[in-house]
Write a protein that binds this ligand. Sequence first.
Ligand code: ZN
Length: 507
Amino acid sequence: MKRIAILLASVCCVIAPKAFLSAQNSGRTWIANVTIISPENLGQIQTGSVLIENGRIVSVERKAGAKAPGDATVISGKGQFLIPGLIDSHVHVTSIPGMGMVPDQLKLNEPMAKSYPRHEKMVESYLKQLPRSYLYYGYTTLVDLVAPFPEELHAFGNEPLHPDLYDCGAALPFANGYPMVYAPPEMRFKLFPNFIYDPAQAASIPAEYKPEDHMPAADVARVRASGGICVKTFFERGFGGMRNLPVMRPEVLAEIRKAATENGLVLMMHANSFEAQKFGVNGNVDVLAHGMWNWGALDGATGLPDEIKKVLDEIVEKKIGYQATIQVLSGLSAYFDPEYLKMAAIPKVVPAEMVEWFNSPDGKWFKKELDDSGRPDAAVYEGLEHGPIHHVRLVAGYLASKDANFLFGTDTPSAPTYGNLPGLNGYLEMHQLQKAGMSLTQIFKAATINNAREFKLDAQVGTIEPGKIANLVLLKKSPLESVDAYDSITTVWVHGVAIPRASLAAQ
Ligand SMILES: [Zn+2]
């Protein structure tokens, strides 16, 4: 983690961001003759004009021919569509695609840890491009779910153009459980300072960590003190070579629930199995941070089993926020898909040297971690497609038919994979959600108003209404007519600053 911190410190503070912003957003901007698509007002979509001043939306005129204030810069939106900036409520900005978070490097990937210094320059240019890639695809607000070291996030915010970044502070894994188990025992307690103490494991927890400092209430209080807006915890028994990991009991989740409520924080749970989601639903979490692709004993079922439907019905009834994160799985199958690295969008979101590295044998190291059975790529790909991806699609489709509280979240990057690239991964996730059965309206709301409401950011973002931050996206196509519209962006406004999309591309 130290290496990353040093690296980030070296890329930050090159350009003074505030001066840049204030030079451009003090004036008034009038976006004229544009079709205004705002999620609270989908019943009456009309052509009109929007006035921006000092980084905020000042007025929204839903009629043709409204007059621009004399001193305003007029931007014609004729024939185009204006939407609120998009929100991705599940990202990891300090995790590097194709490399992973430092704990992953240490444990999963010894060779990577050794070769890392060779890639320092590449990572540095990636981190400079990262915020711009999110903006390139219209994401102006992000929530980072695992942020134990705030200084790492500061580098992101210090780039001159960046989305607004919120976080869940340091996450709350169960002692020696997922994901802290991926770090070596002597490191994991430092890397996960908000781990939950388990008296049954006292022998394997260093004595310097006192039980009272690692009870849920103390952990949650630290998240709040660090400025977090959410609490992230986990129910995961493991996969691959790491199985039968310790998980929390319902009483522990109940304590986290109580503390999160008392502190006004959103409670999010990593849960991707039937067992884990059932556990989370029974414990009244606010958000399930993944789709359900692991059905456990029901994995052999072809359709959606009734037992699973029952849990999904409860998710709908309790209005639990649902992040389907289908791209987590496609981010793995990318290594077995001969077309993935050929996508023309990839050089737009990551630097050229990184694309080159992804295409090299060294850059594909993670493929062997995923499958070293020697099966043909097509067989591995199909295995994922017909197994977990099929499952998560059925689940998301069922929840869509019940109009569940979908929250748009991508988990970018979810592993040390090059299959989850910033910005582009959101666009691909939208395609996945549509394929699973979500309507374009559901996708649009999930990425705007639903996220804003769930994370209590709706006074600031999520709609086009007076008083909100002027985070806006102008598109050539309507996102209510095709999911491709999200790739037809012409301009993005961040706090009132207009940025032509083309200028945000890496190459
Ligand atoms: Zn995640």
